[in-house]
Design a protein around this ligand. Structure first.
Ligand SMILES: C[S@@+](CC[C@H](N)C(=O)[O-])C[C@H]1O[C@@H](n2cnc3c(N)ncnc32)[C@H](O)[C@@H]1O
Length: 253
């Protein structure tokens, strides 16, 4: 994975380490079946914060410099790299846009693809979406999303931990993707899958991205219309060297 939250130096996200947690063997997580030991591990090793992002109204459990694993070598983390433990600039922009424009999701079915910490799914729920699926291939992200829903006094959203890009395209009013274009192969797979979704079901697609190279040079650019730019907060800038804004794009193939 060619993605780094590098500025302030979370060491876990600097080197890859494989490994999967067998929490959701069939690819589905439900809030009611949270593994108590994993839940306790995440609660002990994350900090609840609402500071420093574009959406201070959403609280999240994240890895911060106050957490011991922030400073640990990657090999010490017992699960796969915790991408869910960072609130990425693309997801921040998308969530801000949804909270400020609730009509975009109100009464609609929403898929948050690559949900990570779940902030964009949470923003959609807060804004009145009628049906939400948070999808992330990391089962630990599924647990974090459920904990983050609880933190924001929301019922847990359904979570799918299978790779949805290998499944038949579902019928969604809106698919949202925050910071998912960080790898060239994944970008190609997403592009094709999203095109099929739009053509088959007339699904709307919104993408949040801070100008990552794999996104800016991808052929998807010819099918995008910019919706809004947001200046990043100082702390997000520090954690994402060189990035200063994050944008929401409407995909119109
Ligand atoms: C950079 S993070 C973005 C998380 C969140 N959307 C945000 O903006 O904060 C990318 C996430 O995509 C997930 N991911 C990677 N490939 C995926 C796939 N094929 N399907 C679903 N999730 C995937 C990773 O596990 C990770 O949590």
């Amino acid at each position: 994975m060619a993605l780094r939250a590098s500025g302030s130096g979370c060491r876990l996200l600097r080197a890859g380490r494989g490994g999967a947690f067998p929490l959701c063997p069939r690819g589905h997580c439900a809030g009611s079946s949270l593994d108590p030991a994993l839940k306790a591990f995440l609660e002990e090793n994350t900090e609840v914060t609402s500071r420093g992002s574009l959406t201070p109204e959403i609280q999240l459990r994240l890895l911060t410099p106050r957490c011991k694993f922030w400073w640990e070598k990657a090999g010490r983390w017992p699960h796969r790299e915790p991408y869910w433990a960072v609130y990425w600039p693309g997801g921040q922009a998308l969530s801000r846009y949804i909270l400020d424009n609730p009509d975009v999701v109100r009464g609609k079915s929403i898929l948050d693809l690559g949900s990570g910490c779940g902030a964009t799914a949470i923003a959609a729920k807060m804004s009145g979406a009628s049906r939400i699926l948070a999808n992330d291939i990391d089962p630990v992200a599924g647990v974090a999303i459920t904990l983050n829903c609880e933190l924001n006094q929301l019922d847990p959203v359904p979570i799918l931990t299978q790779d949805i890009l290998n499944l038949e395209r579902g019928r969604w009013d809106l698919v949202v993707l925050g910071d998912m274009f960080y790898d060239a192969d994944l970008a190609d797979r997403l592009h094709q899958w999203l095109k099929d979704c739009c053509w088959t079901h007339r699904t709307r697609v919104l993408i949040g991205d801070p100008g990552r190279p794999q996104f800016s040079v991808h052929s998807i650019q010819h099918q995008l219309h910019k919706v809004v730019d947001y200046p990043l907060t100082e702390s997000t800038r520090q954690d994402n060297n060189g990035l200063t804004t994050s944008s929401v794009w409407d995909f119109q193939p």
